[in-house]
Design a protein around this ligand. Structure first.
Ligand code: COS
Length: 379
């Protein structure tokens, strides 16, 4: 066992760090305030190979390992978690195709997404089914060689900007997980319309939407896997995409610590820098402990994914711990900054707002604990 990054990993990390600090950090506050979608910077990230990282080399992608993707993600999230979520969302959208696509589907869709700038959204959550995936209601009715989709998806990252969706639908609204199918759905099909763009507390640069499917015809050739395989495709996808969520959270937390340490050394109270006071030192030390543990858990879970092992438990542990840590650390950062921490003139209130979403998306942290407990009982 060794904890050093190799030369290629160091170069990848350094390239992502430069891009994040030089190009994302300066525009982060502006996009946070406007809530606009920073398409140009997201396209640039794609051109530099920081988005759609999981597309295998056989289909023209970079085929980055999950661990390498975590190095990139942490750096980008340090600069802006909202822009980071938009950049990393392609891997979530593409993962069902990577996991369950036929050779023909992979050739068609992965090759296309590797060669042309594309945004791909993962359409799972619904107004009445967020945590309870098996209870989803978007209906897929067979009609000749097509399926006809009717229903609504919500909280879809990049939903209003994507040109491709992976959509989870059910053959019967009472068949729970056994009826769920996954489909590749181009966003310009007739019957797809965009609903409300969420006006969010944090991660405001990412576009989060409701999407309506009204009689959308999808050819059978765009179903991923067998009828009824969709639930397990979704679960296997999330097992593989939760480690990068741990990395995103670690990036937020590291930024909060970096900002807090610099501020504590410079800000004076009672005639001395506040870094002289144990009350502040202990907060910084706890932040550092949290970050170290979050990073190690994240890297271990990514390593398990890369080994091809079932990573459900470790991915959920990493996602849950790292995102809870990011919340704790960013709240403490605001506290160290005092009144300034509560002002938009300083960077830490954004970190706290951005961190909150991490405990909710890609499965709430209550769901992560449920997955961990179930895996314990599975033995
Ligand atoms: N990999 C492969 N198969 C899995 C799996 C995994 N990680 N997790 C579950 N399965 C299988 C089970 O083994 C079971 O298979 P069999 O029917 O062959 O026995 C089947 O899938 C159903 O599993 P289970 O009974 O555990 O399903 P539940 O309805 O109880 O749901 C939870 C389980 C809550 C874990 C699931 O709904 C979930 O993950 N919810 C959160 C979703 C989420 O993260 N949403 C965020 C939106 S995406 S950004």
């Amino acid at each position: 066992m060794q904890f050093e990054l190799n030369d290629e990993q160091l170069a990848l990390q350094e390239a992502a760090r430069r891009f994040a600090r030089d190009e994302i950090a300066p525009i982060a506050a502006e996009y946070d305030q406007s809530g606009e979608f920073p398409r140009e910077i997201i396209q640039k990230a794609w051109e530099l190979g920081f988005s759609s990282t999981a597309i295998p080399t056989d289909y023209g992608g970079l085929g980055l390992s999950s661990l390498d993707t975590c190095f990139v993600t942490e750096e980008i999230a340090w600069a802006c978690a909202g822009i980071g979520t938009s950049i990393m969302c392609n891997d979530l959208g593409l993962m069902p195709i990577i996991i369950a696509g036929s050779e023909a589907q992979k050739k068609e869709w992965l090759t296309h997404c590797a060669s042309e700038f594309s945004l791909i959204s993962f359409c799972l959550s619904e107004p009445t089914a967020g945590s309870d995936v098996a209870g989803l209601q978007l209906l897929a009715e067979k009609d000749g060689a097509d399926y006809v989709l009717n229903g609504t998806k919500c909280w879809i990252t990049n939903g209003g900007e994507a040109n491709l969706y992976t959509v989870f639908a059910t053959l019967s609204r009472t068949s729970r997980h056994e009826g769920i199918c996954a489909f590749i759905v181009p966003a310009d099909l007739v019957g797809i319309s965009l609903g409300k763009k969420e006006d969010k507390l944090g991660q405001r640069a990412s576009d989060t939407r409701t999407i309506h499917f009204d009689g959308v015809r999808v050819p059978e050739s765009q179903r991923l896997g067998a009828e009824g395989a969709g639930f397990k495709i979704a679960m296997r996808t999330l097992d593989r995409t939760r480690p990068p969520i741990g990395a995103l959270a670690t990036g937020i937390a590291q930024r909060a610590l970096d900002e807090s340490t610099a501020y504590a050394l410079e800000r004076k109270a009672f005639g001395a820098p506040i870094s002289d006071f144990q009350a502040v030192q202990f907060m910084l030390a706890d932040m550092a402990k949290d970050i170290e543990a979050a990073r190690l858990l994240t890297h271990k879970s990514a390593w398990m994914v890369d080994q091809g092992r079932r990573a459900s438990k470790n991915s959920s542990i990493a996602k849950c711990f790292a995102t809870d840590a990011a919340m704790r650390v960013s709240i403490d950062a605001v506290q160290i900054f005092g009144g300034n921490g509560y002002s938009k003139d300083y960077p830490v209130e954004k970190l706290m707002r951005d961190a909150k979403l991490m405990q909710i998306y890609e499965g709430t942290n209550q769901i992560q604990r449920l997955v961990i407990a179930r895996e314990l009982f599975r033995g």
